[in-house]
Ligand binder design. Structure first.
Ligand SMILES: NC(=O)C1=CN([C@@H]2O[C@H](COP(=O)(O)OP(=O)(O)OC[C@H]3O[C@@H](n4cnc5c(N)ncnc54)[C@H](OP(=O)(O)O)[C@@H]3O)[C@@H](O)[C@H]2O)C=CC1
Ligand SMILES: O=C(CO)COP(=O)(O)O
Ligand SMILES: [Zn+2]
Length: 354
């Protein structure tokens, strides 16, 4: 039997990873350690500019760099081009993504295309893109997972991250717990389609989910220990994706459900919140312990129903019906798609809808 072995031959991982109270103040030392100097472009948002963007700018100036800022509003191809134009205009030598998933992904993809290094400075622990070499960008309305570069450094200040609205930390836990069904889907694709399966990346990914589920009782708002635990799991997820050379260890049918919701829901919830609810339903389809997933998310304070997502039942059903078509090349438990009665049944049995 031919072993399908197209694993990543070139695993890109961050060089310096700082996780702790006040580590933002060490950004100058990180730049010196990595020999990064000259002009910096800070990619941030209107809220996160005031939470960390301006501070980063001052710290870089004190370290002898110049720092310009560009504000982003959505993770689209056009925004990537806007960031690239700004980087060329200011003759940037390196970029920084300061904020949450959107700003970090835009800095990640723009810097990759410009062949410049980038530093990831998360202000919330809401997703596992903070250290990954993947960028999730919407291209012509379609959510795409682009291969990009890993950040050369991750500076995760738990003082800032633990002060973010707690729902971001809970969403980050949802994104990590989703590894369970992502790996089950990956194993299924390996058995049914002889797709490459990375045992190490899968084990790392499963471990992160297991740790979060086992620590669910101790993950609390405004606790830096909680922020540190979740950030380390998110970094670990990024490493697993880099080892696999794809988002397979962390993105399966539950993510396809979330991406489908992003397309149709009038007001989508946070990425990790939607992935958490998707994991409950996909674990049911896998015949697994969906109740354990649901209980852990509830303990953490993450949404487990459509109502808690702030999304009407009909969009949950429609997203379940469309999910398989989001990434047709990625085989999952959804197979060639659920029919309406099956979609209704899984959403009701798992209590996602009434
Ligand atoms: N590349 C990858 O591997 C992954 C990428 N993603 C992508 O990440 C995005 C989702 O990211 P997510 O973080 O969930 O949400 P978004 O980045 O879409 O939005 C988060 C919102 O919260 C605000 N915010 C961020 N930090 C703070 C804070 N400390 N206090 C108050 N508000 C804050 C942001 O402000 P502001 O407007 O200033 O930025 C923004 O308005 C999606 O595009 C998803 O596809 C998700 C998982 C993995
Ligand atoms: O969200 C991700 C992993 O948590 C990235 O996955 P996608 O490849 O589905 O964008
Ligand atoms: Zn995700």
């Amino acid at each position: 039997m031919t072993i399908n072995n197209n694993s990543a031959k070139w695993m890109q991982l961050p060089r310096d990873v700082l996780v702790g109270h006040g580590v933002l103040e060490e950004i100058g030392d990180v730049c010196r350690d990595l020999k990064m100097k000259g002009n910096a472009l800070i990619v941030t948002g209107s809220t996160t500019k005031n939470i960390a963007g301006k501070r980063v700018s001052n710290l870089l100036e004190s370290a002898g760099c110049s720092a310009e800022m560009v504000l982003t509003c959505k993770a689209t191809k056009e925004e990537v081009e806007k960031v690239m134009e700004k980087a060329l205009e200011v003759e940037a030598n390196f970029l920084l993504g300061v904020g949450s998933g959107r700003s970090i992904d835009l800095a990640k993809l723009a810097s990759t295309r410009l062949e410049l290094p980038f530093i990831s400075v998360p202000t919330a622990a809401s997703h596992d893109g903070i250290a990954s070499s993947r960028a999730s960008i919407v291209d012509n309305g379609i959510s795409t997972s682009a291969q990009a570069q890993a950040p050369i450094a991750v500076i995760a200040d738990t003082e800032i991250i633990s002060a973010a609205p707690y729902r971001f930390l809970a969403a980050g836990c949802g994104d990590i717990i989703s590894n369970y069904t992502a790996v089950l889907d990956w194993e299924l694709a390996s058995r049914l389609r002889n797709e490459y399966f990375g045992a190490y990346a899968a084990a790392l990914s499963r471990m992160a989910a297991r740790v979060i589920i086992e620590c669910a009782d101790s993950i609390k708002p405004e606790h830096e220990t909680s922020a540190r635990l979740v950030v380390k799991a998110l970094v670990s997820n990024g490493v697993a994706m880099s080892i696999a050379g794809s988002s397979r260890p962390a993105s399966g049918s539950e993510h396809m459900f979330s991406h489908a919701l992003d397309k149709i829901a009038p007001k989508p919830a946070l990425h990790g919140e939607q992935c958490g609810v998707g994991t409950i339903m996909m674990m049911y389809l896998h015949g697994g312990n969906w109740q354990e997933i649901r209980e852990a998310l509830k303990k953490i304070g993450a949404p487990v129903t459509a109502e808690e997502l702030g999304i009407e039942d009909k969009y949950i059903i429609e997203a379940l019906l469309n999910a398989h078509s989001i990434r047709p090349e990625r085989y999952t438990i959804l197979g060639s798609g659920l029919n309406p009665s099956a979609a209704e049944k899984v959403a009701r049995i798992t209590k996602v809808i009434n």
